[in-house]
Design a binder for this molecule. Structure first.
Ligand code: NAG
Ligand code: NAG
Length: 330
């Protein structure tokens, strides 16, 4: 069997933009305050208010002050509790379109050049054409293609039509920026045992999914994005418990009721002996509580190739994925 490729980059749509940052800061800080246990058994109002101090909310979200600071897991509320380290930094929020293994600078450069040559406007137009033909598209590839080419014609006609008013209107509708809302809290696996919780993008114009699938297909066909048999499920990860390293130490501490320091040390010794199992969350209560949440309205600004692994941004110090290259939306 060939060795697993080392994943180095991913194709993404960043969701934390200058326009969405304020809303995302506010909504996700509130979420962080409510779910990280700061609220459990204490003054909830105070904790939420404290978290609107964005500085400390960012600490919470990036896990800076995360090590064993005395959170008690209350068995009655534990299914609404999330370890702080599992919350992804707000500025890292994105939609992943595919992962890449670009191990040499030449491979990376080729991928960057490939991205820069993509015609995003055409992809968006195609997605608009598909969106207007929803209902006529079957999953059968042949009729999908037919439906698509039939639908392209009115689009072309509109573009060629020179009548001043109508032309402008249709052009405007076609060229409207892609604005989505991020909504709810959904589990990547079973609700009672999941490591990832995400916000789903809702796109009233119906273009986002097709647009992203087309990009993914192009990058797979060109050999940059690794093929994935699963359908593309667009998701903005809010919680990923794989990042919650010290969680089991704390559970051990809480269960033993021993002193925090010695308990944590003991917990880490145990950790070395037993292979780490990914932590799964019972998120049923959380999913229900946050199902109607609208986290932010986001105008999609760019498609980017990002490096795997969040790092402090050199310009503002925020924990983000570094953009190696990007293409602005039309
Ligand atoms: C969002 O929060 C970060 C981190 O605290 C801060 O640097 C940034 O200015 C905030 N942005 C907005 C628009 O509130
Ligand atoms: C909770 O915190 C709020 C805000 O700091 C404060 O006004 C309120 O008196 C506190 N309530 C209790 C019961 O401590």
């Amino acid at each position: 069997m060939p060795p697993k490729p080392r994943l180095t980059h991913f194709l993404a749509i960043p969701l934390y933009t200058s326009l969405s940052a304020g809303q995302l800061n506010a909504s996700l800080s509130r979420f962080a305050a409510e779910v990280t246990g700061t609220v459990v058994g204490s003054n909830a109002t105070a904790a939420v208010e404290a978290a609107t101090d964005l500085e400390s909310a960012m600490d919470v979200l990036s896990g800076v002050n995360s090590y064993c600071n005395g959170d008690i897991i209350d068995s009655k509320t534990s299914s609404s509790w999330i370890p702080k380290e599992a919350l992804r930094p707000i500025p890292s929020l994105h939609l992943t379109l595919g992962v890449m293994s670009l191990c040499t600078s030449q491979q990376l450069e080729e991928a960057v050049q490939f991205l820069k040559a993509v015609n995003l406007e055409a992809l968006l137009d195609d997605a608009a054409a598909v969106a207007t033909s929803v209902g006529t598209i079957s999953t059968n590839t042949a009729s999908y293609d037919t439906g698509r080419s039939q639908r392209r014609e009115p689009t072309k006609n509109n573009q060629q039509y020179k009548g001043p008013v109508d032309c402008q209107t249709s052009q405007q509708q076609l060229k409207q920026p892609l604005v989505i809302t991020l909504r709810g809290l959904l589990p990547m696996q079973a609700p009672h045992s999941t490591s990832v919780l995400y916000a789903a993008p809702y796109d009233p114009s119906g273009r986002l999914q097709t647009f992203c699938e087309s990009l993914q297909k192009m990058f797979v066909a060109a050999g940059f994005v690794l093929p994935d048999q699963r359908p593309l499920k667009l998701h903005g990860t809010i919680v990923n418990s794989l990042h919650a390293r010290s969680y089991r130490d704390r559970v051990t501490v809480a269960e033993r009721g021993s002193r925090l320091d010695s308990g944590a040390r003991q917990g880490r010794r145990d950790e070395r002996k037993t292979p780490k199992k990914p932590l799964k969350l019972d998120a049923r209560n959380l999913i229900e509580s946050w199902k109607d949440e609208v986290w932010a309205e986001v105008e999609i600004e760019k498609v980017a190739i990002c490096e795997i692994g969040v790092k402090p941004d050199p310009t503002d110090g925020l924990m983000k994925y570094r953009d190696i290259a990007w293409l602005d939306m039309p």
